[in-house]
Write a protein that binds this ligand. Sequence first.
Ligand code: HEM
Length: 517
Amino acid sequence: MELLFGIDVPLSVVLLPVTLLLAYLYGTWPYGTWRSLGIRGPPPTAFFGNTRAFSTKGTLYTLLDWSKEYGRVYGIYLGRQPLLVTSDLDILKEVLVKDFGHFSDRFNAGIALTARPIEKGVFFVGGADWKRIRNIITPTFSAGKLKMMEHFINRCGTDLAENLVEIAEHKGKVDVKEYFGAYTLDVITGTAFGLQVNSQKDFSEPFVSNIKKMMSRAGRTNVFFILAALAPFLAPLIGKIRNRFFQPETISFLLHNIGHMVEERKREKQDRRPVDFLQLLINAESSEVAASSGNVSKKRLTKDEIIAQVFIFFIAGYETTATTLQYLAYSLAVHPDVQKREKPSYENVGKLKYLEQTIYETLRLFPPVTMVTRMASETVTIKGVTIPKGFGVLVPICDVLRDPEYFPEPEKFMPERFSSANKNDVSFLAFGFGPRLCIGMRLALLEIKIAMVHVLRAVKFNKTPDLPEKMTFKPAGGLLPSAFPILIQSELRSSENAKPAPRRRAAGPGAATVDQL
Ligand code: HEM
């Protein structure tokens, strides 16, 4: 190829810089968007935007640092996609509640990568599908339905207390994640599928080991997510390739087994069917169908949708509740004064206001889900801030929960701050807020309280000398795992009253009940 001054230049030498320039422009051109709307924010890097801060520092430290620098409203980019981050409660109330109609969907490039049929789970779906599925599954978590499950949860609580007593008798240390994780897994496998896996005793059970393996990978940055963030228009294709050729074995195992259980349940005689989420979803399907003759397709769940919901209950319910219990035990060990204040017994479980406040304070300081997102379906202006159609809103849960204006002296562990009604305020975001609030909140609180009533009646938690007073976290997507194993000492309570609940009492008079909680 001949260019100026008669010099021969190969085509590739011309094309290379042009391609690089075009690639650079592609990787950077959206980054003026927030500036043009008058909104400041951390400087993005080409292609990645501000994503790398999350994967290197973790969400909690990143969001706290950014709000210190940019305040309660600023703009970031996930890959090339703009998101408004706001901890302004007026704006959050509009987005999460008052103008929910324009913000009902999640903003997440990763959704297109979610394995089939999990993408049909209520957590991921949007629009009319979300409304339909959420309406059908909401009654599954009613107080009445949870009451049917409480006998089983009490039994898991008894197992947990017995295990901790055994350790206390040998003056050993407890890795709280292992024990509370196993309790939570027992509860969720029982309440979701009616399976009694006893992971507190048998860590090798295939269902248990596959779930643990899957959860240990949760939150890891993965090449498919990076690709989808760089080129969102390719996300559906990337998702298909990933799910066709790179589906993790653990997910395939679980999906296959859940599908099998759905088939078995449908064949089983009515009177032999257990009360668990799987059955309630199958029942909801048939009763809705019967009730809405003529409007069947609007009301029913498909088999894939049933599988997806049970799977989501699992994912959303296991790590979150186990993490809360783990940080609750840690908080009690490093604040012996709090632990002394109230000694739970089955008889006073309904009056355990301080225990309840302690759970809320644990969720405030250590929210297992550190952020959630919404997407604007129309251009909306709130308090002078314009959020264009298709832009995301990131709700920085962990930042709101540590904002000194909403929670004075935020670093201090003070359960008393929840003695007033502020747990129902938009500032208490640990379970989200508004119509898309965590659907499993009541189950989680029930599970946590039952565990604590059983455990704290039998043992005390003591800080070991090597347990740091200040918690630190490692990066893991939107989750909040501790940077070190939490080892605490379990000590027997001295009084006669301090034995774990005898098995026969677990669901009998005196056991923790939904009515009391
Ligand atoms: C301490 C325990 C838990 C915490 C802190 C927690 C937190 C959250 C948060 C922050 C959200 C997002 C809400 C929003 O977008 O506004 C959520 C959604 C959800 N949670 Fe939980 N969760 C917990 C336990 C559970 C349990 C036990 C289950 C079920 C068995 C569950 C099932 C779900 C589902 C299905 C959603 C999606 C709801 C929707 O999109 O409509 N969660 N959770």
